[in-house]
Design a protein around this ligand. Sequence first.
Ligand code: G3P
Length: 217
Amino acid sequence: MKFFVDTGDFKEIEELSDTGLLDGVTTNPSLVAKSGRDFKELIADICKVVAGPVSAEVAATDFDGMMREGERLAKIADNVVVKVPLTFDGLKACRHLSSAGIPVNVTLCFSPNQALLAAKVGAAYISPFVGRLDDINLEGMELIQNIRTIYDNYAFSTEILAASIRSPNHVTQAALAGADVATIPPAVIRKLADHPLTTVGLANFVKDWKATGQSIL
Ligand code: G3P
């Protein structure tokens, strides 16, 4: 499963890209607002440090506006993926942008039928929001499983990008469900390496090594 980081925090992206764990980046208007940065400059900066796909979301909600903004965003760098909302206008924009060779991430997906539509219009990625379904007492991960089955039934090449990931358990469950990608907040990526037995085990190794009085160098 590929790892994208879901953030508009450039410093975090730089740090995480250094680990080699990062396959791409997703942003959304809320994350850009939180960053306080100029949107197009931020995307340009991110594309300089991350070679993988970088999702940049349109702000318009009508077809013509999404097309104009999508084409503008795609010009920022070769690895920009244009993100559009899962509405009829968004699906139409997805079809047109994809046909013009611009990869599209269709976002705000909450049902298997929505995911089916996105695949039919040639989306490069579909973004089902796991955490927001959990928030309203539904099974977010069931959506990932259902989309996986549907896409496999018809050999759709649209990648399932598990979004609204809130915990390490979401990451495990997304991987078990066969998501192609999980887009994960920086804090959750960092937590993935944690295990209490690793912490205790390492503390003991450090203590025992010190007792030998040796040095490797
Ligand atoms: O980028 C879309 C998605 O990952 C947002 O997550 O936590 O705001 O539901 P969240």
